[in-house]
Write a protein that binds this ligand. Structure first.
Ligand code: SF4
Length: 150
């Protein structure tokens, strides 16, 4: 199966602070599926490093108060376009991110507090009918018996 993956989970240094969150099982996952990295924030035109952002009242705001919603939306659309072009059957995304988070995101106060909600990219992908899972559910993909595709 072709799987869209948050690029930071694949070892790309695209997090806001330039860091990575490489999956320990990445090699095993790559043996089973074709992994297609995306970073919606970079694809939306934002630099790395960049100020941290959180969702507040439906907008994405940096810690220093800048509204970056348009860049987040642009990146989400690019990621969705790539998922469709590549025929992805699933997206494996970084949890809690204002782009990639699914089910829970930080609440906009920059205090480390979580609230229910999705990142903008995760929300768009779900809305387009793609199966989206967070990295804590990666075992589901490792257990999948679907053949690799291109
Ligand atoms: Fe990772 Fe997604 Fe944030 Fe990019 S936007 S750094 S892929 S969590």
């Amino acid at each position: 199966m072709n799987v869209l993956v948050s690029a930071c989970l694949m070892g790309f240094g695209c997090r806001y602070d330039g860091g990575v969150r490489r999956l320990s099982c990445l090699d095993a996952l790559g043996e089973r599926h074709v992994l297609i990295p995306v970073c919606p924030e970079v694809m939306g035109g934002l630099p790395t490093p960049r100020p941290p952002s959180e969702i507040r009242d439906g907008r994405v705001i940096t810690r220093d108060g800048r509204d970056v919603t348009q860049a987040f939306l642009r990146g989400a659309q690019e990621a969705a376009r790539l998922a469709q072009a590549c025929g992805c059957g699933c997206a494996l995304l970084k949890e809690r991110s204002p782009s990639c988070g699914l089910g829970q995101v930080y609440d906009g106060t920059f205090t480390g507090t979580l609230t229910d909600g999705d990142g903008l990219c995760a929300r768009l992908l779900v809305g387009r009918g793609l199966r989206v899972i967070g990295e804590s559910q990666v075992e589901e993909l490792l257990a999948s018996r679907e053949e690799k595709s291109i």
